[in-house]
Design a protein around this ligand. Structure first.
Ligand SMILES: [Zn+2]
Length: 120
C-alpha cells in the first residue's frame, strides 16, 4: 500500500559542512572551478544555493495583477552539497574542515592551514 509506510528520515546523516555566507568552490558539474558565496543551504535536500553558480534562467509571464512585466529572471539553481567544497581564504584553495572546540564554541578550521574558516 502506498503512502502508509513510515517516513524515511535521513536527518541523522552528516550535517552539512557548509553554511550560509561561506565561500565555496565548485568541484563538479557545470560550474566546476568557480567559486561563490553560499546564499542558502537545505540540509534535508542536500543542496545549496551559491551566488553566481548554477544559474538558471526563468521565463516570467507578464501578470498585470501584480504589475509584473514579462521577461527573464536569472536565478541561482540548487547545487548538490557534494559538488561544492569550502574555500579557504587563507590558502586560496578549496579545503576540508576540521572542527575544534574552544570553550563552549565550535570552530571550523581549515585542514591545510589550521586557520578558522569564515572569519575575517
Ligand atoms: Zn586554509
Amino acid at each position: 500500500m502506498k503512502g502508509a509506510g513510515r517516513k524515511k528520515e535521513k536527518e541523522t546523516r552528516a550535517k552539512p559542512h557548509i553554511r550560509r555566507d561561506d565561500i565555496v568552490y565548485v568541484i563538479a558539474g557545470r560550474d566546476k572551478g568557480k567559486r561563490g558565496k553560499v546564499l542558502h543551504v537545505s540540509p534535508q535536500k542536500g543542496v545549496a544555493l551559491v551566488e553566481g553558480i548554477n544559474i538558471i534562467v526563468k521565463t516570467i509571464r507578464p501578470d498585470p495583477q501584480v504589475a509584473q512585466s514579462g521577461g527573464f529572471v536569472r536565478r541561482e539553481g540548487p547545487i548538490t552539497l557534494s559538488n561544492i567544497q569550502l574555500f579557504c581564504s587563507h590558502c586560496q584553495k578549496p579545503t576540508r574542515i576540521a572542527r575544534k572546540v574552544s570553550g563552549d564554541r565550535k570552530e571550523r578550521i581549515c585542514k591545510r592551514c589550521k586557520n578558522p574558516i569564515g572569519k575575517a
